[in-house]
Structures are given as C-alpha cells and as structure tokens.
Ligand binder design. Sequence first.
Ligand code: ARG
Length: 587
Amino acid sequence: MASVTSLSDSVQQHLASALSAALPEAADADPLLRRSDRADYQANGILALAKKAKANPRELATQVVSQVVTGDVIADIEVSGPGFLNITVADKAITENLAARYADEAGRLGVPYAESPGTTVIDYAQPNVAKEMHVGHLRSAVIGDALVQLLEFTGETVVRRHHIGDWGTQFGMLIQYLDEHPHELDHKAREVTGEEAMSNLDHLYKAARRLFDSDEEFKTRARRRVVDLQAGDPRTLAMWQKFVDESKIYFFSVFEKLDMEIRDADIVGESGYNDMLAETCRLLEESGVAVRSEGALCVFFDDIKGPDGNLVPLIVQKSDGGYGYAATDLSAIRDRVFNLKANSIIYVVDARQSLHFKMVFETARRAGWLNDDVKAYQLAFGTVLGKDGKPFKTREGETVKLVDLLDEAVERASAVVREKAQDLSEEEISERGAQVGVGAVKYADLSTSANRDYKFDLDQMVSLNGDTSVYLQYAYARIRSILRKAGDVQPAAHPELALHEAERALGLHIDGFAEAVAETAAEYAPHKLAAYLYHLASLYTSFYDKCPVLKAETSEQVENRLFLCDVTARTLHQGMALLGIRTPERL
Ligand code: ARG
C-alpha cells in the first residue's frame, strides 16, 4: 500500500478543476484552501482571482460552485461572505481515507515520501571532550535527533555528524598539566568510568585552566604541547586518546539516559579534520578569499564590525601557525560537500555561535563550496532559562549538569506515574518513569520554536494537563487500554456510517498528519509537529467525551469507533517517535 492522497489534496484538485472550468485563465491558480471552523475547509483564493480578472467575486464563486462535482469527496459547497467557499467533506470520504491510512502496511499511515529527497548532513549532539555535558548540549541533541527522524521519514538520506570538541589549545593544556601532575587523575580515576571519571576529568580541566590563566610559563609549555599534538607526537597523542575514550564512555551513558541512539562512527570531532586544515587554508589564500593580516590568515566582511567600529575578521589560521574552530568548520564543510555529497548541512548549535557560522558560511560561499544547490543552515537555538527567567544555573551559580537534570526529571515523572498507577509493578513504574521523564524534557524543548529561550520548569513539564508529553502519553495509553478492553471486538472501518461532529474533526485532523510532517521537515521546525500532536490529543479527548466507544449503539458503530481510536493511537505513536519520545502501552 503506497501513500494516501489526503482529503485536502482531493478537495484542492476538485476545486482547481472547477476553477479552470469557470475561469480558464485561472488554470494554475491556488484556491487557497484552509481548514476552517465554519465548514471543514474554506477556500479564500477566489477574491484575488476575481480582482485580477476584473470579475465580481461572488459571481465567480457561484460559477465555481456550479462546476464542482459533489458526491464522493465534497458533500457540500457554498459561497459565503464576499466570495469565500465553504466546503464540507462527505463522512464516507473521511472514513475511507482513514481506512486507507490504517491499511498502510509500512506503518507510515499513508504519508508519502518527499518528491525529490536529497542528502542532508546534520551536525548535532556535539559535546566537548573532558568536559561535562550541560543543558545547552541537551538542546542540540534533542532537536538534532528529532530532525534526523523526521527527515529520514520523508525519505531524505541523512548523515549524522557529532562535531565534538576534541582538538585545540585546551588539550595541550590538559596533557601538559597531567604530565606535570601525574597523580592528580591517578588516585581518583582508578577503577572509575563514565559519569564519575568524567566528573574527575572536569575537575582536572578546571585546575589546568586555572594554571593556564595564571602562569605564563605553564601557558607557554601548554601551547608547545598543542603543537606536539597536532604534529602527531606519539606520547602526546596517546594521552589525548585516553581523554577522548574516557569522555566517549561518558557521552554514551548520557545519550543512553536520553534514550537516543548515537553511533560511534558518526562521531567525527574537530580532530577528524586535522589533515585537511593546511589545504583549506591554502585554497582560501590562493583564491584570495582569505588574506594575511599581521601574520594571521583572515577573511573580512563589510558588515561585521566590533564595538570599536573596526572590521572583525574570521581568523582561519593564527599568526603562530595554529588552527582554530573556524579552520576546522571550514574543512568540515569541504568534507560534507565533496565527500558526503550533501545538498544541505544543518548545524544544530546555540544561537550564541551565530556570528561564527555567519562568517564560516559566507567564507565557504566565496570559496564556491556552498552555493544555491548546496546550502548550510544554522538551526540556532535559544538559551535554557531557570524558573526565574535567567540562564539556568544551580543555586551555587554553576551550570547545571545534564545528568543531574535528567535524573531529577525521571524522579518527578516516576512520582506522577506511581500516583496514577493502578496495575503497574515497581519495575514497570521505574521503566515508565524514565520514558515519561525523558519524554517530558524532550517535549518541552521541542514544543517551543527552537530559536526562543525556554524555561526549564519540571513542575510544568510533568504536568498531566496542558501541552506536555505526559498528556500525550496518557492519551495514547488510554486508547490502548480501550482497545484491550474491547477484547475480541476488532476495530473496523464502516464508511456507510454517519459521523458525529467530533468524529469528523478528529478524522480530518488525522488526514492532516502528512501535511504536518512535510511542513515540519521542510522548515526544520519540530514544534509544528508537537503542536499538531497536541491538537490531535485534544480532539481525541473531545471525541471520547462525546462519543461512547464500547457502549455505542450498534456493533458497527463500536467497531468504527474502535477503528478511530486505533488510527489516532497509531498517529500519536508515529508522531511521538519522530520527536524521539516513547509512548508506553500502559501508564
Ligand atoms: N562543541 C561545540 C560546543 O559545545 C559545538 C560544536 C558545533 N558544531 C560545529 N560544527 N561547530 O559549543
């Protein structure tokens, strides 16, 4: 079973052919069909067309109406106001459409693949080696993972890249420090891995940083050590590798907590581009995109100035020959465009790095690596704020560790699950608690548009009322429970039955799933899918309030309502999965 033509597309087609019959010059015109409160759909496009054709809009609308073929899909169409069209879809068409979606064996609910999918590289979940992950890394991971799922669902080839911070000055500093204080890590790190080892590394990092900032001679030794590292000195490299390996164990443990699949092969950190850096600089210098300025290799931009009014360049190579963040990112672009054959590259990175990406992208465009066919885009996300509206910090003013935050979310969620639990074992409570808690954190992040700051408020996140994942998960579990209670009675579509208003609203919204997915994927805007799902759950709730399911009047109606329940559940499940959120069968 392939994709299902949505009702809105069928209505659109009916209208378009009626329109071109009534007004031949409007053959390709868009009737501007929208879902509407007054009827199922409203078409507002006639007004502009009439104006263009110097015709009376109401008259043109009436002509279009007379050309519309009613029956199968459109049950009723009428002119309203100055020349709008109000369209009512046949109950039968709604049920048949849902039945076709329900029968889709691929489990895609009839959602079509994109017409011309390409290759997208997504740069996300990029923590830094030897540092603990904080809430900022949460956003990149959560938003990036949702985009991966969404784009893959549309048929796009997605290459995941975790551009971890594993290269540069700080590693010279760390290695040199550890060399000079060999026991500092030793006595602590013995036998510990994962979170604890990482916490030790983090302390080591802070101690090294303090020394680096206060002791000029240490600074010089640390800088020399970076050169050793970049030149491939075996002992230095071996120490570096240890840091990386240790950190990765920790990263994986956090990603697992986040219920997220991160693959080792997709981790290509800054160090992965080391061999390209010199070439990148050469290409930029030879093409004149970058110029030497006081020994450094720089790219200048007319519109980017510092507070003193002077131009701020992107420094590709420092005057001491060292390469920084920009050189690595520019090399990564070359790799992604020329080796991975990307058509699009998305960077899920904090908005505070926007200037960096603006300059990097513009440089790559001048070099010809990016152009109209190969685009780069920073999906810049806002800051995570505390309840007080200020950047999220612990009471002591430190950045909040991601692990602590997830643990707390799971704890709170488990309390909610326990309170409502009727027939769940302790083991089930803790499993559901994790799914609800992590889901709550992800949903809170994904349901606001990424560029906005958002308040990290656990009370609100695990609330059963309102726009939360818990609400959606309960809606799903409630449906599953009804289906279990139905016992031997199987869901079955009965297109001959007249539908209740609440059933129609639910059905038409389910029909809109494909459109919601397409829009969400095209705009890289997971919050649109979240809004769609929340609306779906609300429509289900009002259907459930108004239409008895197991106690419906006839056995056909029971089956048809069970069918509506099931197709809602599948849509919720699929939509939540695209956001990376679980839907437990029981809660
Ligand atoms: N590691 C960086 C950080 O923690 C994010 C890397 C973003 N990606 C990139 N290609 N620069 O801020």
